[in-house]
Design a protein around this ligand. Sequence first.
Ligand SMILES: [Zn+2]
Length: 511
Amino acid sequence: MVSCIRARCSRNLVRVGCQGLYRSARVLVPITVAAIAVALGARRAGADSTTPRPAALSGVVKRAEAPKPINYDKLTQEAVDLLSKYVRINTTNPPGNELPAAELLREKFLSDGIPATIWQPQPGRGIFAARLHGTGRHNRAIVLLSHMDVVPANPKEWQVPPFSGEVKDGELWGRGALDDKGPGVIELMAMLAIKRAGILLDRDILFIATGDEEEGGRNGAGWLVDHEADVFADAGYLLNEGGAIERRPNGRVFFAVSVAEKTPLWLRLTATGPAGHGAVPPAETSVTRLLRALDHLGAYRPQIRIIDRVRDYFKAIAQLDGGPPEFLDLRTALQDGEYARKFLAVPRQNALVRDTLAITVLNGSAKTNVIPASASAEIDCRLLPGEDPQHVVRNIRKAIGDDDIKIEVLLNFPAVSSPNKSLLMDAIDHLAESEGGAPVVPTMIAGFTDSHYFRQKKLIAYGFIPIEVSPAAERGIHGIDERIPVRELGAGIRRMVQVLEYAGGYRDGAR
Ligand SMILES: [Zn+2]
């Protein structure tokens, strides 16, 4: 099996017997995770494209049959059925319970003969991976990443039950339709389309669906990176959520590809003081100290800093829209105090040019008549790439002006970004070119995704799902009435196939 997939096949030549791999994969299903992981796993040293073809197999190549045409209408219907089922599995995090969702994905891949496995980092939690083997000509695999968990949804606020997966007015409704089960289905169906059509790419495609993304990913991507890094050790590139095809108000379309993310610095501030009865309060308590500190923090404004990618992003937007002229040179424009005030009043713009602080969780007494010995607040602080978290904590300490308040770091990791140029970006460029020459704009997102775990392992990771997301649809993400147009689900599969064909050497022009 290994020598078969190792064999170097040109685009239209395929080694007889390659299908054996897929049959073997079916047989692997019931055996241990360890054995499946070997089938899934990265290729080891000495197994790159220079490995000589085994003598016993040489001379048995034949011209492959031409790939079968892909019926996208049929695939779209299949994707709708799968996504409906996927949305119906409630993976609200906490607690996540992604295992049944992982089983649904495994069943789908295995029925098409693609090896797949599941890990359980905690009881009921799941992480899933499946690998579509290519010719092995290039040993840098591409990871298609998504997450199976979703944020909570309150059925009372929704027009349709959020875990129904109902199709209404040409859209598939439900929590996760866009974030991130829909994108996962697009990635999965693109792999099945390539396999079924008999398209042989020159590198492997690895599908990974994590859990726990919405709670920071420690029981998902973080666990995989720490415990099973071999699974993606051969991967060089990764596509994930974080960017999409966007349409400007003037109708012009661009491909937003996230190459950088802000990084979280989640903090807990704790004040202490005398505990006692609420009827006889001392002048200063843990709560009054905390409130004073938070008041100071609320007035604190971190410095403006425009990183090159953000400057370039605004410039590209201005070029698309024919303005505003200030976006063409944001650094100069923001030196004008009046313009800066206007610009920074838009939260999304403000978040792209400075660190931000949001006071989110408050804890004091559990009873009205009890003065607590301690009171605490949690702060969701987000840092621009290149910021030193210790320096930020020092500034926050200075701003609150009370050295007795304890500051703990709850979550932080280094901000890592990916280069603007790569084989994967070339593939996205070619897709954009084929769609009327839409510009590809590298962006930074104010949030963070699982991409950082993989960027730390040196993968070039981009946030880009090739579907058009309208501003109205975007509001459904973590909001109410989340849904994906069926048309975009189908178009997303077609575009994803195209990106993989370019990156996998099947369509010319990607290199
Ligand atoms: Zn997400």
